[in-house]
Structure formats: C-alpha cells, structure tokens
Design a protein around this ligand. Structure first.
Ligand SMILES: Cc1cc2nc3c(=O)[nH]c(=O)nc-3n(C[C@H](O)[C@H](O)[C@H](O)COP(=O)(O)O)c2cc1C
Length: 182
C-alpha cells in the first residue's frame, strides 16, 4: 500500500510561493508513487487553542467543535505530514500556528509520522530562515515520544512577489525532496 501524504498549506495567499513549492513537492511525491492530499488551512474554521488542557486528560479529545475534527483524523491517517507555511516575522503564518497549537491534543497519540517543512520568504538567504527551521524542529521534537521524526525542509528565498519561486532552484529542490522520500 502506498504511503499517504498530508500537506497542510498555511498561506493565506492562493497560488503563492508556499503553494507552488508544495505543488512541486507533491509532483515529485506522486511520481514516486505516494498518495497525497492538500488542505488549505485558510478555508477551514479553526479556533485558537483555549489552553484548558482537557485534551491532556481525556485521551486527546478537544472540547472545541470546529474543522480541527477532520484535520485530527487526517493527521492520524497520514504517514507523512508536510507543514507548508510562508515565513511571517521569522516564523509560522498565524493560520499555521493556530493549527499547530490545536495539535496539542495529539501530543500523546500522534505516532510514527515523518514531518517536512516547506516555506517561503522574501529574505535572500537561509540565515534569515533559522528561526523558522528551529520552530519546525522543536515542534516535531514535542512529538518525539510517538516516534515522529523530521524528513527534511525546503525554503523559497527572495520570494516576495507571488509566483517568485516559479522556475527557481528551490522549486526544483522541493520536487526532489518529494521524489526521494522513503
Ligand atoms: C505579515 C508578513 C510578514 C512577513 N515576514 C517575513 C519575514 O519575517 N521574513 C521573510 O523572509 N519574509 C517575510 N514576509 C514575506 C513572505 O514570507 C513572502 O512574501 C512569501 O513568499 C509569502 O508566501 P506566499 O506567496 O505563499 O503567501 C512577510 C510577509 C507578510 C505578509
């Protein structure tokens, strides 16, 4: 059975750089035989975590009733989870951060996933992406007890205007990353 990929796309900008890099990754992945689904977080109604910690005592069920219910199911069913977010003030977009906070409910139940980061920013070098990379690594580290791990990351650079990554080296890197997943 082919492995399942879930791409959580956290840019509010449709067909922007995060989207283009995600699509390149997915093209490589589908050529390699993976099964994929992409979700646009901006189309979902996801409330902020209330910090009540009820989920930590009841086996991981969030008290809020919104579109996170389907995302919890899809994250559980996936083998590979791609966090795709533009760099906003050095870190996640608010759409992605809201979803990640709500994944607190899965801290004890999410098992054996491989996480990838796809990101784009206006800055010209990877030095400016350090905070984002660390946020990604430390997020996955919070789930380490379940055997969850990092697969890789790719950053679109000098990507201010929508579509700037089109034809770039980073777009090719995203394709290769998807194609060479195991
Ligand atoms: C609110 C906001 C904050 C941003 N902060 C950064 C930043 O800290 N570093 C950076 O390199 N680019 C930053 N940018 C630029 C975006 O990351 C860049 O335009 C990116 O390509 C957007 O991705 P998208 O096309 O998928 O929407 C910011 C843009 C916005 C709107």
């Amino acid at each position: 059975m082919s492995k399942k990929i879930l791409v959580l796309c956290g840019s509010p900008r449709k067909h922007g750089n995060t989207d283009l890099l995600s699509d390149a990754f997915l093209k490589g992945a589908s050529e390699a035989g993976f099964e994929a689904e992409k979700i646009y977080i901006r189309d979902k109604q996801i409330n902020g975590c209330m910090g009540c910690s009820v989920c930590q005592k009841n086996g991981g069920s969030c008290v809020q009733k919104d579109d996170m219910a389907e995302i919890y199911k899809k994250m559980t069913a996936a083998d590979i989870i791609v966090l795709a977010s533009p760099v906003y003030f050095y870190t996640w977009s608010s759409q992605m951060k809201t979803l990640l906070d709500r994944s607190f409910a899965m801290e004890q139940t999410l098992k054996n996933k491989v996480f990838y980061l796809i990101s784009a920013g206006a800055a010209p070098t990877k030095d400016y992406m350090k905070t984002m990379q660390i946020c990604f690594e430390q997020y996955v580290d919070c789930f380490r007890r379940g055997g969850n791990q990092i697969g890789g990351s790719v950053f679109g650079l000098s990507a201010d205007r929508s579509g700037a990554v089109s034809g770039s080296d980073e777009e090719r890197q995203a394709y290769e990353l998807g194609k060479n997943m195991r």
